[in-house]
Design a protein around this ligand. Structure first.
Ligand code: 13P
Length: 250
């Protein structure tokens, strides 16, 4: 079977509805659906509907939210539930991105609840895990990543992992220009798979790598079979550059 690759663009706090529409229109001119390649976009929540509308008719494109709350509704000022983002057209959600964990204090427990809520609603969670520089330098990468994966396993039974995608994003590599080497990434991907297997997950869960991925390093990263794709911030913000990057592994 041909390899399947997932290219996920996390736009973070960039591109309002008008810019998102313009981006997608240009991106569609530059790309065609390719066998075995899936393209995911995570725009800011206010741009999900515009992104979905602009990408309508491209079966290879999925649009998701960057964050969700675990409750379906209630008194949670400023939060968005999974049913709300689905009403915009989202069919995936990032959960536990390191910026959520480190800048907004999201806990392992909350990440587990959010993944369970996303699955319950029938859409796909993209769960992010990864160590900080201090943790890596202290030799605690393995311990930290296993702890983050185990927290999701607490809430999501092994049988449900067939609908989960994981992203390994070392915090020290995000937005720093300092990416993990293909060996570093592959090693942690293997570790995550080992832990999932040890805890009874029978399927091969796709694992993306994220952190300063760009046109110059993507081929070397994707040359490792342990990687099933990439999750990209900065290098996904311009349609020309992103179209070129997603075309490189094809
Ligand atoms: P950069 O690609 O800008 O390092 O961001 C990575 C990331 O956080 C994607 O979720």
């Amino acid at each position: 079977m041909a390899r399947s690759l997932l290219y996920a663009a996390n736009w973070k706090m960039h591109h309002g509805p008008a810019a998102a529409r313009t981006f997608i229109e240009r991106f569609l001119e530059l790309t065609r659906p390719a066998e075995g390649r899936r393209l995911w976009f995570f725009p800011p929540a206010v741009s999900i509907a515009a992104t979905c509308e602009a990408a309508d008719g491209r079966p290879d494109i999925t649009v998701g939210a960057q964050n969700v709350h675990w409750e379906p509704k209630g008194a949670f000022t400023g939060e968005l539930s999974v049913p709300l983002i689905m009403e915009f057209g989202a069919r995936a959600a990032l959960v536990g991105h390191s910026e959520r964990r480190h800048l907004f204090g999201e806990t392992d427990e909350q990440v587990g609840r959010k993944v369970a809520a996303v699955l319950k609603a029938g859409i796909t969670p993209l769960v992010c895990v990864g160590e900080t520089l201090a943790e890596r330098e202290a030799g605690r990468t393995e311990q930290l990543v296993v702890r983050q994966v185990d927290a999701v396993l607490e809430r999501v039974p092994s049988a449900e992992w067939s609908r989960v995608v994981v992203a390994y994003e070392p915090v020290w590599a995000i937005g720093t220009g300092r990416n993990a080497t293909p060996d570093d990434a592959a090693q942690v991907h293997e570790l995550i798979r080992f832990e999932l297997g040890r805890r009874g997950v029978k399927v091969r869960v796709p694992i993306l790598y994220g952190g300063s991925v760009n046109k110059g390093n993507v081929l070397a990263l994707l040359a490792r079979p342990e990687l099933d794709g990439v999750l990209v911030g900065g290098a996904s913000l311009e349609p020309e550059g992103w179209a070129e990057l997603v075309g490189m592994g094809a």
